[in-house]
Ligand binder design. Structure first.
Ligand code: PNS
Length: 199
Protein backbone atom coordinates (compact mmCIF):
# COMPACT_ATOMS: atom_id res chain seq x y z
CA UNK A 1 0.00 0.00 0.00
CA UNK A 2 1.36 3.47 -0.87
CA UNK A 3 1.75 5.77 2.12
CA UNK A 4 -0.54 8.77 2.01
CA UNK A 5 1.40 11.98 1.53
CA UNK A 6 0.81 15.16 3.50
CA UNK A 7 -1.60 17.38 1.62
CA UNK A 8 -1.06 21.13 1.41
CA UNK A 9 -4.11 23.07 2.52
CA UNK A 10 -4.88 26.77 2.44
CA UNK A 11 -5.11 28.51 5.74
CA UNK A 12 -7.81 30.98 4.73
CA UNK A 13 -7.56 33.04 7.87
CA UNK A 14 -3.97 34.06 7.14
CA UNK A 15 -3.74 33.45 3.40
CA UNK A 16 -0.72 31.14 3.82
CA UNK A 17 -0.25 27.53 2.71
CA UNK A 18 0.39 25.08 5.52
CA UNK A 19 0.68 21.30 5.73
CA UNK A 20 -1.73 19.12 7.62
CA UNK A 21 -0.03 16.10 9.20
CA UNK A 22 -0.06 12.74 7.36
CA UNK A 23 -2.71 10.49 8.80
CA UNK A 24 -1.36 8.10 11.41
CA UNK A 25 -0.88 4.85 9.46
CA UNK A 26 -0.75 2.83 12.65
CA UNK A 27 -4.45 3.43 13.22
CA UNK A 28 -5.18 2.38 9.60
CA UNK A 29 -3.40 -0.93 10.12
CA UNK A 30 -4.75 -1.58 13.58
CA UNK A 31 -6.48 -4.94 14.01
CA UNK A 32 -9.19 -5.24 15.09
CA UNK A 33 -10.18 -1.73 13.94
CA UNK A 34 -11.49 0.60 16.63
CA UNK A 35 -15.09 -0.22 17.52
CA UNK A 36 -14.95 -3.52 15.61
CA UNK A 37 -15.85 -5.59 18.62
CA UNK A 38 -19.37 -4.18 18.70
CA UNK A 39 -19.96 -5.32 15.10
CA UNK A 40 -18.05 -8.60 15.14
CA UNK A 41 -20.10 -11.76 15.29
CA UNK A 42 -18.64 -14.50 17.47
CA UNK A 43 -17.55 -17.45 15.35
CA UNK A 44 -19.02 -20.84 16.17
CA UNK A 45 -17.14 -23.74 14.60
CA UNK A 46 -18.21 -27.37 14.46
CA UNK A 47 -15.57 -30.09 14.56
CA UNK A 48 -17.43 -33.21 13.37
CA UNK A 49 -16.24 -36.79 13.42
CA UNK A 50 -16.67 -40.37 14.57
CA UNK A 51 -14.22 -40.10 17.47
CA UNK A 52 -14.19 -43.88 17.98
CA UNK A 53 -12.25 -43.16 20.17
CA UNK A 54 -10.81 -39.63 20.52
CA UNK A 55 -7.03 -39.60 20.04
CA UNK A 56 -4.32 -37.10 21.00
CA UNK A 57 -4.36 -36.00 17.34
CA UNK A 58 -8.02 -34.96 17.70
CA UNK A 59 -7.20 -33.16 20.96
CA UNK A 60 -4.34 -31.29 19.28
CA UNK A 61 -6.80 -30.04 16.67
CA UNK A 62 -9.42 -29.16 19.27
CA UNK A 63 -6.84 -27.09 21.16
CA UNK A 64 -5.87 -25.24 17.96
CA UNK A 65 -9.52 -24.67 17.04
CA UNK A 66 -10.43 -23.45 20.54
CA UNK A 67 -7.70 -20.79 20.23
CA UNK A 68 -9.02 -19.22 17.05
CA UNK A 69 -12.79 -19.71 17.24
CA UNK A 70 -15.00 -18.21 19.92
CA UNK A 71 -16.89 -21.46 20.46
CA UNK A 72 -16.00 -24.93 19.24
CA UNK A 73 -18.55 -27.73 19.19
CA UNK A 74 -17.10 -31.22 18.87
CA UNK A 75 -19.97 -33.02 17.13
CA UNK A 76 -20.00 -36.81 17.40
CA UNK A 77 -21.82 -38.71 14.66
CA UNK A 78 -24.35 -41.01 16.34
CA UNK A 79 -24.80 -43.70 13.70
CA UNK A 80 -21.58 -44.88 12.17
CA UNK A 81 -21.82 -47.06 9.09
CA UNK A 82 -18.90 -49.05 10.41
CA UNK A 83 -19.56 -50.94 13.64
CA UNK A 84 -18.14 -48.71 16.37
CA UNK A 85 -16.06 -50.07 19.26
CA UNK A 86 -17.58 -47.47 21.60
CA UNK A 87 -21.24 -46.47 21.54
CA UNK A 88 -22.04 -42.80 21.11
CA UNK A 89 -22.48 -42.13 24.85
CA UNK A 90 -19.08 -43.65 25.64
CA UNK A 91 -17.46 -41.59 22.86
CA UNK A 92 -19.07 -38.42 24.22
CA UNK A 93 -18.09 -39.18 27.84
CA UNK A 94 -14.46 -39.69 26.87
CA UNK A 95 -14.45 -36.49 24.80
CA UNK A 96 -16.04 -34.46 27.62
CA UNK A 97 -13.46 -35.72 30.09
CA UNK A 98 -10.57 -35.06 27.69
CA UNK A 99 -11.72 -31.52 26.76
CA UNK A 100 -12.62 -30.33 30.27
CA UNK A 101 -9.74 -27.84 30.30
CA UNK A 102 -11.15 -25.74 27.44
CA UNK A 103 -14.12 -23.61 28.54
CA UNK A 104 -15.18 -22.72 24.98
CA UNK A 105 -15.35 -26.36 23.85
CA UNK A 106 -18.65 -28.24 23.92
CA UNK A 107 -19.29 -31.87 23.01
CA UNK A 108 -22.56 -32.74 21.30
CA UNK A 109 -24.13 -35.57 19.26
CA UNK A 110 -25.47 -35.20 15.75
CA UNK A 111 -27.47 -37.31 13.34
CA UNK A 112 -28.19 -36.96 9.64
CA UNK A 113 -26.59 -34.34 7.44
CA UNK A 114 -23.75 -32.39 8.98
CA UNK A 115 -24.77 -29.13 7.28
CA UNK A 116 -28.31 -29.44 8.71
CA UNK A 117 -26.86 -29.76 12.18
CA UNK A 118 -24.45 -26.84 11.54
CA UNK A 119 -27.34 -24.66 10.38
CA UNK A 120 -29.45 -25.57 13.42
CA UNK A 121 -26.53 -24.45 15.58
CA UNK A 122 -25.97 -21.26 13.53
CA UNK A 123 -22.38 -22.29 12.96
CA UNK A 124 -20.30 -20.41 10.40
CA UNK A 125 -17.42 -22.90 10.18
CA UNK A 126 -16.80 -26.64 9.85
CA UNK A 127 -13.36 -27.58 11.15
CA UNK A 128 -11.53 -30.61 9.79
CA UNK A 129 -7.99 -31.85 10.26
CA UNK A 130 -5.64 -32.82 7.46
CA UNK A 131 -2.77 -35.02 8.57
CA UNK A 132 -1.20 -35.87 5.24
CA UNK A 133 -1.84 -35.49 1.53
CA UNK A 134 -3.70 -38.82 1.63
CA UNK A 135 -6.47 -37.14 3.67
CA UNK A 136 -6.81 -34.32 1.20
CA UNK A 137 -8.87 -35.90 -1.58
CA UNK A 138 -11.61 -37.19 0.72
CA UNK A 139 -11.65 -33.97 2.73
CA UNK A 140 -11.81 -31.81 -0.40
CA UNK A 141 -14.72 -33.85 -1.74
CA UNK A 142 -16.59 -33.54 1.54
CA UNK A 143 -15.86 -29.82 1.88
CA UNK A 144 -17.05 -29.08 -1.66
CA UNK A 145 -20.20 -31.17 -1.23
CA UNK A 146 -20.95 -29.43 2.06
CA UNK A 147 -20.41 -26.07 0.31
CA UNK A 148 -22.84 -27.11 -2.43
CA UNK A 149 -25.43 -27.98 0.25
CA UNK A 150 -24.81 -24.92 2.43
CA UNK A 151 -22.72 -22.24 0.66
CA UNK A 152 -22.70 -19.88 3.65
CA UNK A 153 -20.74 -22.37 5.79
CA UNK A 154 -16.97 -22.45 5.34
CA UNK A 155 -14.82 -25.51 5.89
CA UNK A 156 -11.53 -24.65 7.58
CA UNK A 157 -8.69 -27.17 7.53
CA UNK A 158 -6.05 -27.26 10.22
CA UNK A 159 -2.99 -29.48 10.55
CA UNK A 160 -2.28 -31.32 13.77
CA UNK A 161 1.28 -31.41 15.13
CA UNK A 162 3.60 -33.58 13.01
CA UNK A 163 3.92 -36.03 15.87
CA UNK A 164 0.28 -37.01 15.26
CA UNK A 165 0.41 -37.22 11.48
CA UNK A 166 0.36 -41.04 11.51
CA UNK A 167 -2.19 -41.39 14.29
CA UNK A 168 -5.75 -42.59 13.69
CA UNK A 169 -8.56 -44.07 15.78
CA UNK A 170 -8.49 -47.15 13.55
CA UNK A 171 -4.81 -47.86 14.26
CA UNK A 172 -5.23 -47.19 17.97
CA UNK A 173 -8.04 -49.79 18.12
CA UNK A 174 -5.96 -52.30 16.20
CA UNK A 175 -2.94 -51.83 18.47
CA UNK A 176 -5.13 -52.16 21.58
CA UNK A 177 -6.84 -55.28 20.22
CA UNK A 178 -3.48 -56.91 19.58
CA UNK A 179 -2.18 -56.04 23.06
CA UNK A 180 0.18 -53.20 22.04
CA UNK A 181 0.79 -50.01 24.03
CA UNK A 182 -1.42 -46.99 23.30
CA UNK A 183 0.14 -44.74 25.92
CA UNK A 184 0.86 -41.29 24.48
CA UNK A 185 -1.51 -41.87 21.56
CA UNK A 186 -4.78 -41.30 23.41
CA UNK A 187 -5.83 -39.43 26.59
CA UNK A 188 -5.68 -41.46 29.86
CA UNK A 189 -9.49 -41.94 29.98
CA UNK A 190 -9.41 -43.63 26.55
CA UNK A 191 -6.44 -45.77 27.55
CA UNK A 192 -8.41 -47.04 30.58
CA UNK A 193 -11.58 -47.67 28.57
CA UNK A 194 -9.66 -49.44 25.81
CA UNK A 195 -7.97 -51.67 28.34
CA UNK A 196 -11.33 -52.53 29.92
CA UNK A 197 -12.92 -53.23 26.55
CA UNK A 198 -10.39 -55.20 24.58
CA UNK A 199 -7.85 -56.72 26.99
O1 PNS B 1 -14.16 -38.91 11.75
P1 PNS B 1 -14.72 -39.17 10.39
O2 PNS B 1 -15.31 -40.55 10.32
O3 PNS B 1 -13.73 -38.90 9.30
O4 PNS B 1 -15.95 -38.12 10.19
C1 PNS B 1 -16.71 -38.13 9.02
C2 PNS B 1 -17.96 -37.24 9.20
C3 PNS B 1 -18.74 -37.65 10.44
C4 PNS B 1 -17.53 -35.80 9.37
C5 PNS B 1 -18.82 -37.40 7.92
O5 PNS B 1 -19.05 -38.73 7.66
C6 PNS B 1 -20.16 -36.68 8.03
O6 PNS B 1 -20.22 -35.47 7.97
N1 PNS B 1 -21.25 -37.46 8.18
C7 PNS B 1 -22.59 -36.93 8.32
C8 PNS B 1 -23.44 -37.19 7.09
C9 PNS B 1 -23.19 -36.16 6.03
O7 PNS B 1 -23.40 -34.97 6.21
N2 PNS B 1 -22.73 -36.64 4.85
C10 PNS B 1 -22.41 -35.80 3.72
C11 PNS B 1 -20.97 -35.35 3.81
S1 PNS B 1 -20.51 -34.44 2.39
Amino acid sequence: MVAKESQPSRDLTRGKTRFSPAPDRRSELEWPPKGAHENMKPILAIYPGSFDPVTNGHLDLIERGAKIFDQLVVAVLRNLEKDPLFDVNERVEMLREATRAWPNVEVDIFDGLLVDYAQQRNAQVLLRGIRAISDYEYELQMALMNRKLAPQIETVFMMPAEAYSYLSSRLVKEIARLGGPVHGLVPPIVEQRLRAKVF
